[in-house]
Design a protein around this ligand. Structure first.
Ligand SMILES: C[C@H](O)[C@H](O)[C@H]1CNC2=NC(N)=NC(=O)C2=N1
Length: 106
C-alpha cells in the first residue's frame, strides 16, 4: 500500500467513509495540524479495551503500520499518521477502518 501523502480530497472522502454510521461525536477527526486523524474508543470494561488493542496490534503488524495510542481504563485514544511521510496516507485510512471493525467485534 502506498506511503505517499494523500491529497485533501482523498483525506476528506476517507474520513467521511470511516465515519459512516457513527455518531459524529465519536468518529474520526482530523487533528488541527492536518497531519493525523484521531478517535477515542470507549468500551464497557478494561478487558474489552485491551482485547481491542490486541486485535488492532495484530492488524498493525500485518500492515506494518502502527498507531500512536494510549489506554486509560476502558478508553483507548488513537492517533494515526504515517511518520515517514509526515502526513496521512492510505495506510492510515486502512488501519482506521480495521480499528473500527475491531471495535465492533464482541
Ligand atoms: C521499517 C518499517 O516499515 C517502518 O518503520 C514503518 C513501521 N510502522 C510505521 N507506522 C507508522 N504509523 N508510520 C511509519 O512511518 C511507520 N513506518
Amino acid at each position: 500500500m502506498s506511503r505517499k501523502r494523500l491529497d485533501e480530497a482523498a483525506i476528506a472522502e476517507g474520513i467521511a467513509r470511516l465515519n459512516l454510521g457513527l455518531d459524529p461525536a465519536e468518529g474520526w477527526r482530523r487533528d488541527a495540524d492536518g497531519l493525523s486523524i484521531a478517535r477515542s474508543f470507549r468500551f464497557d470494561s478494561f478487558a474489552e479495551a485491551f482485547a481491542f488493542m490486541t486485535r488492532s496490534a495484530l492488524v498493525a503488524e500485518k500492515l506494518d503500520h502502527h498507531p500512536d495510542w494510549s489506554n486509560s481504563y476502558r478508553t483507548v485514544s488513537v492517533r494515526l499518521t504515517t511518520h515517514s511521510a509526515r502526513g496521512l496516507t492510505a495506510l492510515d485510512l486502512a488501519l482506521a477502518e480495521a480499528m473500527n471493525a475491531a471495535a465492533r467485534r464482541p
